[in-house]
Design a protein around this ligand. Structure first.
Ligand SMILES: [Zn+2]
Length: 362
């Protein structure tokens, strides 16, 4: 295996900064970047490099333990709710005061730093206190999508490592590195809207091509009655149900893994099972929305192709083409508005029905 940073495709600037810092690390790092931009992978790679005598060779025992999540000096903090509470951070603080068991550092990972600054016991000051004077061999690694102004004080204690959103080419390269064939990697990368985790799910999804075809066929199937358009909407809904199956499989595997780990540690059951289930549900909702976005993009592309064709027709003086230019533009507009309505609490059936009816009326 090449060194631990090689897997962070498309993150050259962040990698260059990490390579620098591994030589002479400070006490706290804050990794920021959009959802799906490999924040977790970056933290793991950096932690491995910190523990490795060769600064992240990728094949020694130290690297292997970190990458497999088995280095006892790398502590992943866990939280009970949506934001971090003082109680969650107390344990992280306790571990941070410990001397590392191995030759490397005591590393504390706190992912998705979402802290409270108000209320009876706000969590931001608690973390700030831990970051203030950690022992010399302790390093904090935090991640966040973005940092709200209220957390400026936390940010000022950390060196920021900024990751960029991944493009389709980056995702394709990552998936092929991980063993996917070129064609599946390409299609999954295109459909993943920059989200690495989603791309990894999609590449295992044999029905992706079918779903793309269903969306692309919408315009020509929308010639009939409102009943026909409702049928099409529910067909797409059903395809979303099927789309989520590979994610559920991945989650089951993860759960199995964690239960196994808990057993190895001598625990009879998984302590945070409920939170894990809630986290999986959130992920499924987000996946469904990404899947809808992907479908809307596929549909937009069909209307764009129609637009280009009819513009050519207009140039050649075909009378019907003028009308088709207008209809295609309006259709694209309808899709843009549908995209804007997407959020985690959207009524999906209503949204799809609205979309199909509006497109049919054009
Ligand atoms: Zn190594």
């Amino acid at each position: 295996m090449a060194d631990v940073f090689e897997s962070l495709v498309g993150q050259d600037r962040a990698v260059a900064s990490m390579r620098q810092h591994v030589r002479n690390p400070v006490h706290a790092y804050l990794f920021t970047g959009p959802v799906g931009s490999s924040l977790h992978d970056a933290v793991l790679a950096f932690a491995a490099a910190l523990q490795c005598p060769k600064r992240g060779c990728g094949d020694c025992e130290a690297c292997r333990l970190v990458l497999e999540g088995k280095d006892t000096d790398v502590y992943f903090a866990e939280r009970a709710g949506v934001s971090w509470r003082v109680d969650d951070l107390r344990e992280a603080d306790r571990v941070s005061r410990r001397r590392p068991l191995g030759a490397g550092y005591q590393i504390i990972v706190i992912e998705e730093v979402d802290l409270t600054t108000t209320g009876a016991s706000p969590s931001a000051p608690a973390l700030l206190k831990s970051l203030e004077e950690p022992p010399s061999r302790t390093i904090f690694l935090l991640t966040a999508e973005e940092v709200p102004e209220a957390l400026d004080t936390i940010e000022s204690r950390c060196v920021e490592v900024r990751l960029k959103g991944l493009g389709a080419d980056d995702l394709e390269a990552i998936l092929t590195r991980e063993g996917a064939d070129v064609e599946s990697a390409r299609m999954a990368a295109l459909a993943a809207s920059g989200n690495l985790r989603r791309a990894r799910v999609l590449v295992r999804d044999v029905a992706l091509g079918e779903r793309m075809a269903t969306w692309r066929a919408v315009p020509e199937r929308l010639t009939g009655t409102p009943a026909a358009s409702a049928a099409l909407a529910s067909e797409i809904s059903a395809s979303l149900d099927r789309a989520i199956a590979p994610l559920q499989l991945l989650q089951e595997e993860e759960l199995e893994h964690r239960i196994q780990d808990a057993r190895e540690m001598g625990q009879r059951s998984l302590a945070n099972r409920k939170d894990l289930d809630a986290q999986f549900k959130r992920e499924q909702r987000r996946f469904r929305i990404d899947e809808l976005r992907f479908g809307l993009t596929a549909l937009t592309n069909v209307y764009r192709e129609r637009l280009v064709e009819s513009l050519e027709g207009v140039n050649q003086g075909e009378t019907r083409s003028g009308y088709r230019v207008g209809a295609s533009l309006q259709a694209i507009d309808v899709i843009v508005r549908t995209n804007q309505r997407l959020s985690s609490n959207i009524d999906e059936t209503l949204l799809l029905n609205d979309l199909m009816l509006s497109l049919m009326e054009l």
